[in-house]
Write a protein that binds this ligand. Structure first.
Ligand SMILES: [Zn+2]
Length: 272
């Protein structure tokens, strides 16, 4: 079967790439426990076969996306997480040692963003997140924030010029997302790990209104929060192309890749 299937697959890939819509995947992780399951070369090959033009990638411990970035700098945009290992999602914002981790890596490497980090409500005003946001300001970095609308508001209060990528659009309703986008012109949203905005190749009417009002503010993303989800990247890209085809060309291209490319296509210069 394998020898028969391989050439067919090759033909499919060649055909699919000819006119396919490029994808900027704005939400990927490649943490330490993913390296064995999906080695670097396989990750790069998965992204290329999926027609992903570029991807914003972070990892607990930071080494994961550095390995990917070294292997394919034209494909990977590194983002720095405040996590060193799994299990810090609910504790990092009270853990002062996180700051040393961030400072050390910011001095050593180049990033486009800090994140993705998980925070809700007033926890973002604690000293550790505050310092993290100061570091993002100092280094001119985006914040990739998995949070509720309240924590987004609080971050803009701390730093009115912040540029925030709201992970999963906060898992909030389209009306709330639209309201926040109207209020904050430096807020962008990823659609990772949500499916309510489209089904069967049709965009949900409430979401369509928001996409057409703010075509420059959305991005798609797979969210490989477990290593196995790397194998889902091509399917996610194909599913995204399917529902994006239901939007006018300009909005479709912006959300698929142009927004990500415009915002993250080149890394900021080091401030030191
Ligand atoms: Zn994530």
């Amino acid at each position: 079967m394998r020898s028969l299937a391989a050439p067919c697959f090759f033909l499919f890939v060649t055909f699919a790439r000819a006119g396919e819509l490029p994808i900027f995947d704005a939400h990927l992780h490649y943490s330490h426990d993913a390296w064995e399951v999906v080695p670097v070369e396989e990750v790069i090959s998965i992204l290329r076969k999926a027609g992903v033009k570029r991807a914003l990638v972070s990892s607990s411990g930071d080494e994961g996306q550095q390995r990917l970035y070294r292997a394919a700098p034209e494909l990977i945009v590194p983002s720095l997480r405040p996590y060193r290992r799994r299990g810090e999602i609910g504790t990092w914002f009270r853990d002062e040692s996180v700051i040393g981790h961030l400072e050390e890596h910011l001095k050593k490497n180049r990033y486009a963003a800090i994140g993705e980090y998980h925070i809700t409500g007033e926890d973002v005003d604690l000293p550790v997140p505050r310092r993290m946001i100061e570091l993002a300001r100092q280094y001119g970095l985006f914040l990739h924030s998995h949070s509720d609308a309240d924590a987004i508001e609080r971050q803009f209060r701390q730093w009115p010029q912040a540029r925030i990528l709201w992970a999963h659009s906060g898992f909030d309703r389209p009306e709330v997302v639209a309201e926040k986008l109207r209020k904050h012109r430096n807020l962008w949203c990823d659609l990772a790990f949500r499916t309510d905005h489209a089904s069967g190749g049709k965009v949900d009417p409430a979401w369509r209104k928001v996409f057409l009002e703010f075509p420059d503010r959305f991005m798609v993303g797979t969210d490989s929060f477990t290593p196995e989800r790397w194998h889902y990247v091509p399917e996610h890209a194909a599913w995204s192309r399917e529902w994006l085809a239901d939007l006018p060309r300009e909005a479709r291209e912006s959300i698929a890749w142009k927004n990500g490319e415009r915002l993250f296509g080149s890394l900021p210069r080091r401030s030191d």
